[in-house]
Ligand binder design. Structure first.
Ligand code: CTP
Ligand code: CA
Length: 225
């Protein structure tokens, strides 16, 4: 294993990672957001850098420090994240660990929305671009594309559907129901869903998941070159 081994199997490779939530403005003081600490995505970026890769991390707003040895690009919205990701291509591998807000407010208000006699406002939503699917199906597709799947039920079944629908090589599925505890915590228990089946990894730290995933990506890249 890579953990502590000092091996650098990604020397000469470029890796792109998305991390954190996105924030979609409602008005100048309010946002629509997802829960995500950014811990897993940041750990993957750092593990890839330790493995010798040139790493670009595109992250939404997070409260954790930048990983070491990584070029960090900060964004707020899903559309900004997509633009930053496309600007960072080409890459040999891409890992989409961000918790992207699926919707944004159709027309965000330039002024703060006030409470008033009209009662609560109704927010019309529109769907955000799917960054993973756009890149996985695009002309500059990285050789290895890894997605995540945050699920609260039927975790592996939903992850298999996402693998096919989005055109990823692997989906890292985790249970974000309260019993699963991945959201915001230190540990993660994941299933790696690939074309050849499902591997369920024991619960381990997000750093350990990151190191194991980077090892898996290096092996997959090696098999293609
Ligand atoms: N993803 C993305 N852009 C989006 C939505 C999701 O790049 N607009 C990526 C995530 O970073 C993750 C994967 O797609 O790697 C799956 O995200 P998830 O929220 O689990 O799937 P969705 O397709 O959004 O489906 P749903 O939320 O309805 O389960
Ligand atoms: Ca989603």
């Amino acid at each position: 294993g890579l953990l502590g081994s000092g091996e650098k199997p990604l020397v000469g490779k470029t890796v792109l990672v998305t991390s954190g939530p996105t924030h979609e403005p409602i008005d100048p003081v309010r946002v629509l957001a997802n829960r995500s600490s950014g811990r897993q995505g940041h750990a993957i970026a750092e593990a890839a850098a330790r493995a010798g890769a040139t790493v670009t991390l595109v992250t939404g707003p997070v409260a954790i420090p930048d990983p070491e040895g990584v070029a960090v690009i900060r964004v707020e919205t899903a559309r900004e994240m997509l633009a930053a990701v496309e600007a960072a291509l080409p890459a040999d591998a891409a890992v989409f660990a961000a918790a992207v807000a699926d919707w944004r407010v159709a027309e965000d208000s330039g002024q703060k929305i006030k409470k008033g006699a009209g009662g609560p406002p109704t927010l019309a939503l529109v769907e955000n671009p799917d960054i993973l699917a756009t890149v996985a199906k695009g002309a500059r597709r990285p050789a290895i594309v890894v997605g995540f799947a945050a699920e609260t039920e039927r975790v592996v079944e939903h992850a298999k559907a996402k693998l096919a629908r989005k055109g990823a090589d692997f989906i890292v599925a985790n249970d974000v129901s309260e019993a699963g505890g991945a959201m915001g915590g230190e540990d993660n228990s994941v299933h790696i869903v690939g074309p050849e089946g499902v591997e369920s990894w024991p619960s381990m730290t997000k750093r350990a998941v990151a190191a194991a995933l980077v090892e898996r990506i290096a092996a997959a890249l090696g098999a293609r070159t």
